[in-house]
Design a protein around this ligand. Structure first.
Ligand SMILES: [Zn+2]
Length: 254
């Protein structure tokens, strides 16, 4: 299985428009972060985690020509705003399978009403095949079982996803013990770490490191990073040897 980090930034991305913060001005390519997303592929199957406002640019960067589905973590705009840009895939492949919590599907139906329109559809409008994700109910994609992990983004429910020995979780602030149990034995864990300072709805670095220690993956990659985290290179040097700050266009094999 391959995981390609399409975006590793928090909701505004880095650099932030108009910002003079040193991290926003950094010339290091690893300090430039699009909105959070990852491409997960095996054999000839390819799925994306979320579909944020940078989706088009990310699909071009990854040279992604075929996409078998989108797994949504939650409905916030930095995870969903790019949904209109599935059209090139629709034209080549047909409707795009999407996987999400019922609440997220309802949110997409409100915000992208034209996508879900059944009568008098605009010709060429994006099209989706809706798959509802239910907690404690694994589902199959591309011959692999996906285990949803129910976590909390302040008081908003969010799904993370485990596929074999890989798990992808973002926008997490708290994880109930029975859900953390579902992550035991993962080799590679992707988990959000916003910044050094605490935040009401995201793990900060210390919370993410504590969570990694608890789960004990072989390797962990941090994502959904704010410019307040600091420079990539400086922060990486402070991390345990099995923990890495993810960066845009990083590809790992599991
Ligand atoms: Zn987010």
């Amino acid at each position: 299985m391959k995981v390609y980090f399409l975006g590793t930034g928090t909701s505004q991305g880095i650099p932030i428009i108009g910002s003079d913060h040193p991290v926003c001005l950094s010339p290091d390519i690893k300090d430039k972060r699009l909105r959070v997303s990852a491409l997960v592929s095996w054999d000839d199957h390819c799925y994306v985690m979320d579909c944020g406002p940078d989706f088009r640019q990310q699909m071009l960067a990854a040279d992604c020509r075929k996409l078998d589905g989108i797994l949504f973590t939650h409905e916030h705009a930095d995870h969903t705003a790019g949904l209109d840009d599935i059209r090139p895939f629709n034209f080549r492949q047909g409707p795009m399978p999407i996987y999400a919590h019922k609440r997220v599907i309802e949110s997409l139906q409100r915000r992208f009403d034209y996508i879900f329109e059944t009568e008098n559809r605009y010709p060429g409008a994006p099209s989706v095949l809706v798959n509802e994700v239910i907690n404690h109910s694994g589902f199959e994609i591309g011959g692999k079982k996906v285990i949803p992990i129910n976590v909390w983004h302040a008081d908003l429910q969010v799904f993370g996803y485990r596929i074999d020995d890989f798990a992808y979780l973002t926008d997490v602030k708290t994880v109930d013990p029975e859900e953390a149990e579902k992550l035991k034995g993962v080799k590679v864990l992707v988990i959000n770490a916003l910044r050094i300072e605490p935040h009401i709805s995201h793990f900060n670095l210390e919370e993410a490191l504590d969570f990694i220690k608890f789960i004990q993956p072989e390797k962990a990659y941090l994502t959904h990073i704010s410019h307040h985290m600091g420079f990539h290179e400086a922060v990486q040097q402070t991390l345990p040897e099995n923990v890495f700050l993810a960066y845009d266009n990083l590809e790992i094999e599991i």
